[in-house]
Design a protein around this ligand. Sequence first.
Ligand code: ZN
Length: 670
Amino acid sequence: MTKQLISIPVLSILILMVMVHSASAQEGWWMKEPIRWVQTNLRQTDANLDAAHLVGQLAEMRANVVLMGMGGIAAYYPTAVEFHYPSPNLPAGKDMFGDVLREAHARKIRVVGRFDFSKTPRAVFDAHPEWFFRQTGGQPVIYNGLYSTCINGGYYRGQAMKILSEALDKYAVDGLFFNMFGNQSRDYSGRQVGLCHCDSCQRKYRQLYNKDIPETPDDDYRKFMFTSSREVAAAIGDLIRQKRPQAGYFNYIQEYTDGIMSESNTAVARPLPLWPYAASDHVNRARNSEPGKMAIDLNMQFVDFWWRFATVPRQEIALRSWQNLAHGGALTFEVNGTLDLQDRQALETAKPIFRWAAANEQYYAGQNSAARVLLLGAPAAGGRTFGEEAYRGLFRLLSEEHLPFAVADNMDWVSGAKKREFDLVIAADWAPAGLKQYVENGGKVLLASAHEPEFEVAKVVRTQSDVKGYIRVRDHAAFPSLKETDLLMLNGPFTEVSADGHSPDSPAALTLIPPSLIGPPELVHVDMKDTNTSAIVTRQLGKGTVTWIPWNLGSLYYLQSLPAHAGLFRDVADRLNPRRQVRTNAHPLVEITIMRQGGRTLLHLINLSGQSQTGYFPPVPMKDIHVEVAGDFKAAATVREPGNLTVKTVGEYTGFTVPQLLDYELVVLK
Ligand SMILES: [Zn+2]
């Protein structure tokens, strides 16, 4: 009986996951056209805006999609649906959304309507208190007079569908977008509100898990919220496809949608180091995890919620823009209110980039990653903690090493319709069981984590959670990049594996040195002891090879940027994958991506040299970047600084020199 009770929720989640995976996106305009997307998060006071003026501004910067407020918390059109209220600033008889839609379509600008069903005015709460989020003590969550709804309540499940039906019947929108989807446990001011304890949630949670909702989210609760939000996401997707089959469905989630939204943003309380690859990370991960969907990573102009009108550095806006384009995503720009801004620096930075992308739009539709290395990121379904630092460290190492790579957060690439070939797969922190068969079939895999993989690479003796020691380099021939160091810093977890003869690194090429005395200087490391504990394992599995570095190389590099760790990564990666896709003398701060577009190959180069700590400055111009790309190409041309490059065949590579890199360059190879 007990067993049955447990198996029901597990089964229902599995069924949902299968459904989620089989739900395929439409091949709509968002996949076929170059996208230059401006999002205006309108305030209710903008409901009387001049449609012709706004659309004129969009056309002038050559945006071709505008995402703007439509309904939810405030409607920007006259609405007849109960519990849906036009903005108090919408003049009687005026249909602002309709006016913008007409003006925009006349100028070939697509319109995506934005809805936020996460909050309502008090009148809805008074009429239907059972639709709303309840804290542990039963009190509602109120923010600036607005009441938080619950994803499992009747507002999301019923009323929102009525509101959307009216909107979709009335307006030929090109898509819909949903903000704050699902129950947020924190408000805009950062106040924790906990988990929803409304009757619907309590009943449903008890049915599924046979227990009460916890005080803090655990794995079961995370799965519960995941399935709850996906049920609503599926219903909304069905409604959009039924009413407006040409319209796209955009959301921050991957399931049921046509476009995967994310934000490259800043927040003053966010821990450093700053992540200058945010847009690359989001777009790369979205496009390669769900290749049939568009990645729309919003380039957020503001510093943090308290300063929505203060813009981030101009070059941060520029860098994110180039990263969007270089990874095959939409070019984006986001503002609060209208485009009549009090701080115009970000907008004035975005404008020329939008215009340039419009003038060269033939290159910015239908791009797909041609990278031959895969970085496995966090599993999409949630419910498992994942080391973001480890992931980011490896992300940076790959970029700085100019190893073009795709990021996937699932295993769809292994087989089936989404199968894709890679020369090397790198697991950051999480090594799923599915990798075993991949290796056995001939794959090359690098694991860099103290977490034991979900398949046996070596017998695990134990994991020590915090080792402040060293790694001894025993075999310098195996690590040509480490010829000037015998020791690598180790700080963090270390997993000891038994030397069972699987490793060809014999004696172990790298070994553990446990912590020793650190002071006073007279005593520093006088007791240092070497061990035979291996700090790297390489094993043949079937036809393939797996190398496991059983400590957190990625996190260490993310936080400390030590060249010794980079050298180790380089040597191990090159041993597993001796034939790099790109060979170049480019500076490590040149980000290089390689994309396929129809019959041609596009090599993007982004100059990150203006980025330092939280500062973004104009990048330092670079000259004569020599690049060799695996493959036989007859012609290479640069687009940003237009020119034809001399190509030369070098073995299995095609070589050329980019004479100058200012902020960004695109090389078209045929
Ligand atoms: Zn609830």
